[in-house]
Structures are given as structure tokens and as C-alpha cells.
Design a protein around this ligand. Structure first.
Ligand SMILES: Cc1cc2nc3c(=O)[nH]c(=O)nc-3n(C[C@H](O)[C@H](O)[C@H](O)COP(=O)(O)OP(=O)(O)OC[C@H]3O[C@@H](n4cnc5c(N)ncnc54)[C@H](O)[C@@H]3O)c2cc1C
Length: 484
């Protein structure tokens, strides 16, 4: 099949009968449900970009084996040029969604590409798992499969050490093995894009420590979202069924987040990539460098989001006529700083990219990983800056219907500014509200704070990566100086 169109993606979603629950009801068809359909269309539009004649060469590449065109986010980069080509593709998708879709399909594609490149790692204790991951990667690449993932087990309490509490009855675990595969039971969070995906991947985050060497909780597998026993429970939709004017982002980019219940679900052996080995599950992201590759995808998304928020802020201050005021200049300068830091980190990670032990071109680890830590605090700050720049204008935002109603002349007269008519001002600030105030916008802030795990775990990642001796030696040498 190769790179899919949006229509093929939608047909793929319809082809699978799946259990998606939203506000107490089972969703019959995710592609037409009012809370999900616009999000589906948003993802479909990304797939259509792969077939835009102007973009095709920047979105897809030709597979030498079949001559077919497949999505560039599936490439296993072997050169710096390929890494950059992949980033260009990811940036196109990210810019198309204003950076507001964290889990566009490239997020998972780069992870599986990294794993396929490091297939030998998967084969370490169970030789059959190496070919399993390789074949699965080829399957999702050749069929342009859309994946969600759920990494976190639900916990009833938290430990001070940060070690996960794995309780019987909540955490996902293997309950038995059969000739056909493994049977798994439990719950996982938080499958963003769950109802909008074809398949779900289950693995563990880098710091997901599990107490024992061999554990029924240590898992890595992928199955279709329609697998019997699999249930997706959605939060409420932030697409409120309003026009693009009223709700510009929520009416386009609702990617949905789900709890996933596994009610004795069969995972066929060919879909098991790791099982039981705690050390391997914990080491996967670091050893295969999949975390660096997904951070690279994420950094491209962050850059698009920085650019979008900055552009928005500039237009807001232009509309309000406050761009020249000192507090505006301070806020705008800070937004420029975040955008350029993000761009610089991406460039540095590509400039310092190296071929890893699997022969894959890996972005510079430190430069790419810090983009996650940076954005956890930068994005909430960016939203705060928008709020400070916009003040009450966020609430001087009558709906599209009001422009057709009896108060329209008053709105037109009183809400115009020196540089903007009332309608354009309101349109702009409704967009700003969707970034900085609405449920959709609030969820984005929470996403940036936590999607890549909690701040403590992220700090530990940096501590483990940083070349500390370089800086401590410098201080030691200074302490050892005996000059005056
Ligand atoms: C919008 C959104 C989308 C997401 N999408 C996905 C997805 O697609 N796939 C996926 O797998 N995951 C996803 N995540 C989940 C994300 O991985 C988790 O939210 C994250 O790992 C934090 O886990 P938690 O929510 O259980 O936090 P909790 O463990 O509930 O932590 C709550 C708070 O307590 C703190 N805390 C917890 N334990 C400790 C400790 N030992 N010491 C000190 N402080 C502690 C945390 O830092 C945090 O501030 C998403 C999250 C969000 C918010």
C-alpha cells in the first residue's frame, strides 16, 4: 500500500470494530462521532499531505526493495542527511497542526524505526523477538499504520523513590501463556490518539523500574485497537461542536486521551517484542536510542508550537496596540528566546548526530533530550505570557452567532481597535483563548508538563546523560591552583 491518503486512513479506522467509550456510550463509528470526527479529519489531512505533489518528496521516500513510496517518518536514518530529511517532514506535519497535535503518527513511527534498526537488542534473550520487531516495523511502514501507545500503569499510591507501584489488579500483566500468545490483563494510561489509531503499542518508559528481574509486568507488544477485550475509555471531548471561528483549535485538533482496559486480551506471539525481562524493558529506550529519536520528533513539534505562539502573540499586540509597551516587549522577547533555543537544540542535535552501535544515525543525545525538559516549563510560561499580553481581550470574544445577531452593530463599533476591525480581533482572540484558556488549551499545557513523564524523572534523565566530569574537573583544577 505505501503512504496512505486521508481517505484510506479513515477507511482503515472504519474497518475495525473497536470498543471506544465516551460519556457512557459505546462509540459506533469514531470517524463520524461528534466528539472525535474533526480530530480524525485533522489526522487525515496530514496523510493527504503525503500525496501533495509540491510536498511529496519531502514527505515520503521510495523503498528500494519495492519501489513503493512510504512515509519519511518511517525511515531508519543512516546519514545526517536522512535525519534532516526526516525532521523536515516532521516539521511539515507539526506546522500543519500549529504544533497542537502531540501524537501525530510520526511520534510512534520514529520509535519503531529505531527499534527495527536495533532489532538485535530485542533478540538478546529470546531470538524470535528480533525478527518479530523487524517484521512489525515493515508491516506498519508498508501499510502506513497509525499507532497509539500507553506506557503508564495506574498506581494506587506513589513511592518516594519514584519506583512504580505495580499492584495486582491495576497494572497490566501477563496472566498466562498459550500456544497462540500471551493473555494480558490490567489497565494502562494514557493512550492519546487511542480512538484515532489502528494499533496500540505497549511498552515502558525509561525509568519504569520494576522490582524483580523477571516480571509479568515487563512487556513490549503491539496489537490492533479492535482486539477482543481491549476497551478505550475517553475523557470528555474538547471539540465542543462549534465552528472554526468559535473554537479554531478544538474543532480541528482533538486528539483525545484514553484509559485502556485489557480484559484478558490475547497478544499473538508474533506481536510480542519483549516479555518478562525487566532489565531489557527498562533499557530499551536508552540502548536502542528510541527516546532520542522520539525527542527529535517532539522537538520539531515544539518548534512549530513556539513559532505559532510567537506569531499569535505578535498579532495580539498588533491588534491591541500594545506591542511597544515594555511588558509586551519583555514577553515577546521571551517567546523569541524559546523558539530560537528550540531551533538551536534541533540543529545542534543534528550537527552532533552519530552512527550508533546499530548503524543508525542518532541525534546528539543531550541536545535532543533537553528539549523535553525545556518545554515542560517553557510551554506553561509561553501560555502565561499570552494571558498577560491579552488580559480581558480573551473574554471580549462574542461568538460567530453574535456577529449575525441584533448586537452586531455594537460589537462592530466598540470592539474595533486602531489596527483591527471587530471581527478580526475577535477571531484572533478566540484562537488565543484556545491556546491559553479553553479546555483544549488547558489540556495542551498539561500535556507539555507531563507527556514525557514527570519533571523529576526528566531531571534524572539529564543527570544520567550529562558529562559531569568535564565540569567538576574544571572546578577541581581551580581548587588545586596555588597561585595568589
Ligand atoms: C495530556 C497527556 C497526554 C498523555 N499522553 C500519553 C500517551 O499518549 N501515552 C502514554 O503512555 N502516556 C501519556 N501521558 C502520560 C504521562 O506519561 C504521565 O502523565 C506521566 O508519566 C506522569 O505520570 P502520572 O500522570 O501517573 O503522574 P503521577 O505519578 O500521578 O504524578 C503526580 C505528581 O506527583 C509527582 N510524583 C509522582 N511520583 C513521585 C515521586 N516518587 N517523587 C516525587 N514526585 C512524584 C509527579 O511529578 C507529579 O507532579 C500523557 C499525559 C498527559 C497529561
Amino acid at each position: 500500500m505505501g503512504a496512505r491518503t486521508g481517505q484510506q486512513y479513515i477507511e482503515g479506522l472504519r474497518a475495525q470494530d473497536r470498543q471506544v467509550w465516551l460519556r457512557g456510550e459505546r462509540v459506533k463509528d469514531v470517524t463520524t462521532h461528534p466528539g472525535l470526527a474533526n480530530g480524525v479529519r485533522g489526522i487525515a489531512a496530514l496523510y493527504d499531505m503525503q500525496h501533495d505533489p509540491k510536498l511529496r518528496d519531502e514527505m515520503t521516500y521510495v523503498l528500494p526493495t519495492t519501489g513503493e513510496r512510504v512515509g519519511l517518518s518511517f525511515i531508519i536514518p543512516r546519514t545526517r542527511d536522512e535525519l534532516e530529511l526526516r525532521r523536515t517532514m516532521m516539521l511539515h506535519w507539526a506546522r500543519a497542526t500549529c504544533g497542537m497535535v502531540g501524537r501525530s503518527p510520526d511520534f510512534m513511527n520514529v520509535t519503531f524505526a529505531a527499534w527495527a534498526g536495533a532489532a538485535e537488542f530485542f533478540a538478546r534473550n529470546r531470538p524470535e523477538f528480533g525478527p518479530n520487531i523487524r517484521r512489525y516495523y515493515e508491516y506498519i511502514r508498508d501499510n502506513d499504520v497509525t499507532l497509539t501507545h500507553a506506557l503508564i500503569n495506574l498506581q494506587k499510591s506513589r513511592t518516594v523513590s519514584g519506583v512504580f507501584n505495580l499492584q495486582e489488579g491495576t497494572a497490566l500483566q501477563v496472566v498466562r501463556e498459550t500456544d497462540a500468545g500471551i493473555i494480558v490483563r490490567g489497565a494502562r494510561i494514557l493512550a492519546t490518539l487511542g480512538p484515532l489509531s489502528d494499533e496500540i503499542a505497549i511498552y515502558s518508559p525509561r525509568l519504569g523500574r520494576m522490582a524483580e528481574g523477571h516480571s509479568p509486568f515487563a512487556l513490549n507488544f503491539a496489537i490492533p485497537c479492535g482486539t477482543p477485550g481491549l476497551k478505550f475509555l475517553c475523557r470528555e471531548s474538547f471539540d465542543l461542536g462549534r465552528s472554526h471561528f468559535d473554537h479554531p483549535l478544538g474543532s480541528r485538533f482533538e486528539e483525545m486521551d484514553c484509559i485502556v482496559f485489557f480484559d484478558d486480551v490475547l497478544v499473538p506471539w508474533e506481536r510480542v517484542f519483549m516479555m518478562g525481562d525487566t532489565d531489557m524493558v527498562n533499557a530499551t529506550g536508552v540502548r536502542t536510542h528510541s527516546t532520542a529519536h522520539s525527542a527529535h520528533q517532539n522537538a520539531a513539534k515544539n518548534l512549530a508550537q513556539c513559532e505559532f505562539v510567537l506569531g499569535l502573540a505578535l498579532l495580539m499586540t498588533e491588534a491591541l496596540g500594545n506591542a511597544h509597551l515594555p511588558h509586551s516587549e519583555g514577553g515577546l522577547g521571551e517567546l523569541m528566546l524559546y523558539a530560537e533555543l528550540m531551533r538551536a537544540c534541533i540543529r545542534a542535535s543534528e550537527a552532533d548526530a552519530k552512527i550508533d552501535e546499530w548503524g543508525v544515525m542518532c541525534p546528539g543525545l543531550l541536545q535532543v533530550e533537553i528539549t523535553r525538559n525545556l518545554f515542560m516549563t517553557a510551554y506553561p510560561k509561553m501560555v502565561e505570557i499570552l494571558q498577560l499580553l491579552g488580559s480581558s481581550s480573551f473574554l471580549l470574544t462574542p461568538s460567530e452567532a453574535d456577529f449575525e445577531g441584533p448586537l452586531a452593530p455594537d460589537i462592530e463599533r466598540y470592539l474595533a481597535t486602531d489596527s483591527t476591525n471587530a471581527r478580526d480581533r475577535v477571531k484572533l482572540f478566540r484562537l488565543a483563548w484556545d491556546v491559553a484558556g479553553s479546555a483544549f488549551g488547558g489540556r495542551q499545557v498539561l500535556y507539555e508538563r507531563f507527556f514525557a513523564s514527570d519533571p523529576l524523572s526528566r531531571a534524572r534523565v539529564l543527570l544520567s546523560l550529562y558529562p559531569k566530569a568535564e565540569v567538576t574537573d574544571r572546578v577541581r583544577r581551580f581548587l588545586a591552583r596555588d597561585d595568589e
